[in-house]
Design a protein around this ligand. Structure first.
Ligand code: ISL
Length: 545
């Protein structure tokens, strides 16, 4: 169903991880002036909006997802003036900006928590969730980034435990408290008044907790929540109430897009977010190929294309009801797209982009993927910077687990794979910084980089630009219906996109071997795009990076 009411219907969003994008002052950390200097590059891609990962003041334990001041910019990224320049610079180039808002938790260095932890009588105590020690041990909750895997941390001054779904340094806000909600809403309005065009709400599905604090034993977790805490956390009783309230208190007054990061939410519940979110960033696709119930462990059999088709076909069926499903194959929490779903080759990158930009939904391009950047595959724990990897490693070591096996898994799944510096050129540190980069540069930067790809009509970069142009010129690829063709082929994904008398057929070989599909013989990783009967890709996909 067509819905062109808002600017984001049909938009393609480019995600910038500022820490790794471009450094302007030689401290090895990407920053806002660096990013501002590259806005022409971003505009040259042909995207509509930028989603910027958090740049708020933060001790940086989780690279900015631990905010200590919501209305200040962290000095390592720049100033509020830089932020305003970024907003204006994007607008001048006809693009929008979506900022990242972390509302499920704060940093333990946020003023609210500093106060809260001093005494049970402090007014900020009720801004967080506590379990008084006189009641004994709190019921088990999982802490994703906790070295013991625990979601409660003891605080001596108050003789109570506080809840943290992520690291102990990321205490969860108590949304039950109307003061907390009012503060967050006015903070959001403050940002929207600066001219930002949307928000990506981090881990927003976790904000409502069952404050009866039921025991969630392994049996219940298995039977009700697919053995995954994300599903339990996303099933809070007041989630929809809060999202509706936030919509009416904040977003309804602005023409902004609301993207919700929704781990643990399935397609069967997508319709419930109508009138609450505009884009539902679900995890069902990105989690394919992971072992059920084993956080960040890959299934040795890999993912199967039949499951991929099933997931996206099912989500497609819930589209068009006012909430759009995000399409993404990588982000700052994931390994590189081309390493995860392809084989690191430029051919596989082009194939994946063809799907991303011709499928129905809201596509997100993660910075660097447009160059075909690959996993770095670090070999030693000391090379990792990510709190998740370190805490999982500590946890495993405590239990005497298989450290070598863990490191092998991290080469496939570790978040740092997607966080290495953007590869601008074959120069020192890939042209990212004049200093020492905060995390290692992928050694393939001399072949995979923007500079060489600019000059190569067959590069991944050139292909992405071309595809974005094709997409923009077509109503069918953006708003058209989606119909899967030949669903039983194990390696070929084919579908039609139709709008009025405009019809496109996309045939994608998701394998490194030749495949037959009807009258076509597809080369390894080859995409075919037909507009009516015309093959628009002829000669475009055979060479180059
Ligand atoms: O819950 C999960 C799995 O069941 C996680 O995937 C979780 O939803 C995801 O890690 C949330 O990510 C976001 O919030 C984190 C931050 O570290 C990530 O970078 C961010 O994208 C904590 O703020």
């Amino acid at each position: 169903m067509e819905n062109k009411k808002h600017w984001w219907n049909g938009a393609v969003i480019y995600q910038v991880y500022p820490r790794s994008f471009k450094d302007s002052n030689g401290d090895g950390v990407g920053d806002l002036p660096g990013l501002i200097g590259e806005l022409d590059y971003i505009a040259s891609l042909g995207v509509d909006a930028v989603w910027l990962n958090p740049v708020n003041a933060s001790p940086g334990l989780d690279n900015g997802y631990d905010i200590s001041d919501f209305t200040a910019i962290d000095p390592q990224y720049g100033t509020m003036e830089d932020m305003q320049q970024l907003i204006d610079g994007l607008h001048r180039r006809g693009m929008r900006i979506i900022i990242d808002m972390v509302l499920n938790h704060t940093s333990d260095e946020h003023e609210w928590f500093r106060q809260a932890r001093t005494s049970r009588d402090n007014p900020y105590y009720a801004y967080y969730h506590w379990w008084p020690a006189e009641k004994g041990e709190p019921p088990h909750r999982c802490g994703f980034f906790d070295a013991a895997g625990k979601g409660w941390e003891y605080n001596r001054a108050t003789d109570s435990y506080y809840l943290h779904y992520f690291a102990p340094q990321q205490p969860d806000l108590n949304w039950e408290n109307p003061k907390v909600r009012a503060e967050l809403y006015s903070m959001l309005r403050w940002w929207l008044d600066k001219g930002v065009d949307g928000v990506r709400l981090d881990a927003i599905c976790f904000i409502s907790k069952d404050v009866g604090w039921p025991e969630v034993g392994p049996e219940l977790l298995r039977s009700e929540y697919q053995n995954d805490w994300g599903h339990y956390y996303a099933a809070g009783p007041r989630l929809h109430e809060y999202l509706k309230e936030m919509r009416s208190a904040v977003f309804s007054g602005y023409d902004v897009v609301v993207v919700g990061e929704m781990a643990g939410v399935g397609s069967e519940d997508a319709h419930l977010f109508e009138g609450e979110l505009d884009v539902l960033y679900h995890f069902e696709g990105i989690q394919l190929g992971y072992m059920p119930g084993a956080f960040k462990k890959v299934d040795p059999a890999g993912y199967r294309l039949k499951d991929w088709k099933e997931v996206y076909g099912r989500w497609n069926a819930v589209l068009g009801n006012g909430v759009s499903a995000a399409l993404y194959l990588g982000n700052h929490d994931q390994p590189r797209m081309v390493s995860r779903w392809g084989d690191d080759s430029a051919a596989s990158a082009r194939l994946l982009f063809t799907w991303l930009l011709t499928m129905k939904g809201t596509p997100f391009i993660y910075n660097g993927d447009e160059l075909g950047m690959t996993n770095i595959r670090l070999t030693d724990i000391s090379q990792y910077r990510d709190v998740e990897t370190h805490r999982m490693y500590e946890n495993l070591r405590k239990k005497g687990g298989d450290a070598a096996g863990f490191l092998a898994d991290q080469q496939l799944t570790g978040r740092d794979n997607g966080r290495t510096p953007f590869q601008w050129s074959a120069g020192a540190a890939a042209g990212f910084t004049d200093g020492e980069p905060w995390i290692a540069v992928n050694p393939n930067f001399n072949v995979v980089n923007r500079e060489v790809e600019e000059g190569d009509g067959g590069s991944v970069l050139s292909y992405v630009r071309w595809l974005l142009r094709i997409r923009r010129s077509s109503h069918a690829l953006v708003y058209g219906g989606y119909e899967e063709l030949g669903p039983s082929h194990p390696h070929v994904y084919a579908y039609k996109r139709v709008y009025a008398d405009e019809e496109w057929t996309v045939v994608l070989n998701f394998s490194a071997a030749e495949q037959e599909w009807g009258r076509f013989v597809l080369a390894p990783w080859e995409p075919i795009i037909l507009k009516g009967k015309v093959n628009v890709l002829q000669g475009k996909t055979t060479e180059g990076r």
